[in-house]
Unconditional design. Sequence first.
Length: 317
Amino acid sequence: MEFFKIKKDIPFMKNALVFNAISFVTFLLAVFFLFSRGLHLSVEFTGGTVMEVSYNQAADVGKVRALVAGLGFNDVQVQNFGSARDVMIRLPAQAGVSSAQQSDKVMVALKSDNPEAAMRRTEFVGPQVGEELATDGLKALAFVVVGIMLYLAIRFEWKFAVAAIVANLHDVIIILGFFAFFQWEFSLAVLAAVLAVLGYSVNESVVIFDRIRENFRRFRKLNTVEIIDNAITSTISRTIITHGCTQIMVLSMLLFGGETLHYFAMALTIGICFGIYSSVFVAAAIAMWLGIQREDLIKAPVKKDGDQDGENAGAVV
């Protein structure tokens, strides 16, 4: 399916050096902000109190959030779970204040607004648990990266695997750089979005790589640069349809999903935008600079014993 078809190939690789220089500068800035400011980790990573409160009718999450924030708690997370009448509240740990004191203080404020609010469960999430979550998240990220590299190396060629993983890590670091620069809250939902971006971005790279391999078979007279430009140009319509539809859904979460889904959708939005950019200008360009060529993707047929120049060399009777 195509909305439009471009008849003349766009010379993407002609400006690849300029765009990759911009990517490199952006990448360095992201790394700088990660080290200088660090990530603003949520309660899941830093530890704190988790409360589950139930109401006899649909809870006003925004009002609950405002009440809890008015008590002096920063970075409060309030969201529905299970049903519209159940609310989960995450409070960051405070020095000199126990988990029981925090939950009692919150419940007094909630009952003053709605006497029918009832505590269902409260528990303390220690920093050790948060450290384990962070470690497990890094392990998950590493496993995804290794899996992608193995998949691309087997399906295509090691040069494509290197190019794709550099482009994917480029996307991940830039997402983290945005969160470090603006000090947006980095939660488990955002980590899930980052892992999703890895798979989503590599999908775009695979589409382009598939078309490059197909072009090497179809166009014998084109050089590598022309092959890559044609592959990217011929998949633009598909890129617009796929990423446009995805971004519409993500935008709906960003605008109407509330505070709970806000940063999750923000991470996906950044990942989608930079995923398109990196697949075209980073992954394809790196593959070109690594010297990808027709022989890497199309193996010459093996001659059988007794054959000469592809034909039987024996005597003809």
